[in-house]
Design a protein around this ligand. Structure first.
Ligand code: NAG
Ligand code: NAG
Ligand code: NAG
Ligand code: ZN
Length: 306
């Protein structure tokens, strides 16, 4: 009897906590990401960023921009190389509504590695940090960049930090501190089952659980960073020097935006439109206006020699 009375509660406790246990280093990364986000102060998308101040207002290499094929420099740029993108990440993953987007800080791989990219026009090795999305509403499209004057339904940003710098805070203050991959989504009414979308579907399936500001959900099961890219063709992209698209709009980003568009089910994208911001208003149209290029070169890498 003695054993039973104590054994049962202990077994249940350790069992349920094992299910939701978040490794300490991942928790620290999530909290740091949130602190960095909060440091930017209060902002919203009521005017698509036109009322943001500081570098957002005065900067000369701001993002997003219109990526125009006929204005870009075609050059033989290496492919982006994806390192450890096919390695399973540690579990669980935590998806958060931070009031501005659905954001997921990415943990290390099960082998303890940090997936990273290089190649393209990237000035070094850039380690993956987080992924988030920009979207419109039922009646508007919400990508940040436009390609040949076309805005798409959703733009996904996979944020990377130059290995040279210790922290995101430090990297954000350097012209070569960050590299962001941009992927455009096109909402399609009904799509054939596509196993390449497994990872993204897994994430979007949990979006209804982060409707409220500050809420989070854990995503369990195997996932790797490569799965975020779905079946997008990564050999063709625009690349240019720009900024963060949210305050403080730091001019620290080498942008790589793929010109191939990912077809994604509209019923999944519609889940984003249900999120709420810190004022309990619909979190929709969380994209910034197109910025002036100010004569910056935009390079284009083609799949085949043009
Ligand atoms: C990941 O990619 C590397 C390099 O292409 C390959 O050697 C390795 O076998 C792949 N691993 C998995 C788990 O697919
Ligand atoms: C997720 O939300 C719960 C409930 O508000 C909170 O206690 C927990 O700290 C959050 N977890 C993370 C990783 O932010
Ligand atoms: C970004 O700026 C640096 C320094 O001016 C330059 O060397 C590099 O080529 C630029 N990269 C792109 C993609 O424009
Ligand atoms: Zn973004």
């Amino acid at each position: 009897m003695f054993v039973l009375r104590f054994w049962w509660p202990l077994a249940i406790l350790s069992c349920s906590s094992a299910l939701i246990e978040i490794p300490a280093d991942y928790l620290t990364a999530i909290r740091q990401d949130r602190a960095d986000e909060d440091a930017a102060g209060d902002y919203n998308y009521d005017h698509q960023g036109a009322d943001w101040t500081g570098t957002c207002d005065t900067g000369q290499r701001q993002s997003p921009i219109d990526l125009i094929f006929s204005d870009s420099t075609l050059s033989s740029i290496p492919r982006i190389r994806f390192n450890n993108y096919n390695q399973s990440l540690r579990t669980p993953l935590v998806l958060t509504n931070n009031g501005h987007t659905a954001n997921m800080v990415l943990p290390l791989t099960r082998g303890g590695q940090r997936p990273y990219i290089n190649g393209g026009l990237l000035p070094g090795d850039f380690e993956v940090q987080s992924v988030h999305f920009h979207w419109g509403s039922r009646s508007s499209k919400g990508s940040e960049h436009a390609i040949n004057f076309v805005r798409y339904d959703v733009e996904m940003h996979i944020v990377h930090k130059n290995r040279r710098y210790e922290s995101m805070g430090e990297a954000t203050q350097q012209p070569d501190g960050l590299a962001v991959l941009g992927v455009m989504f096109r909402a399609v009414p009904r799509s054939r089952p596509n196993s390449q979308l497994y990872g993204l579907n897994k994430i979007f399936n949990q979006v209804p659980r982060i409707v409220e500001y500050n809420s989070n959900v854990t995503i369990s099961g195997q996932l790797n960073v490569g799965q975020l890219l779905g079946d997008v063709v990564t050999g063709e992209f625009y690349t240019y020097n720009g900024s963060l698209t949210t305050p403080d709009c730091a001019e620290s980003v080498t942008w790589t935006v793929f010109s191939d568009i990912l077809d994604f089910p509209e019923r999944q994208i519609a889940k984003l439109w249900t999120l709420k911001d810190s004022r309990s208003r619909p979190l929709i149209n969380n994209y910034r206006d197109i910025q002036d290029t100010n004569g910056r070169p935009v390079y284009y890498r083609a799949l085949q020699k043009l």
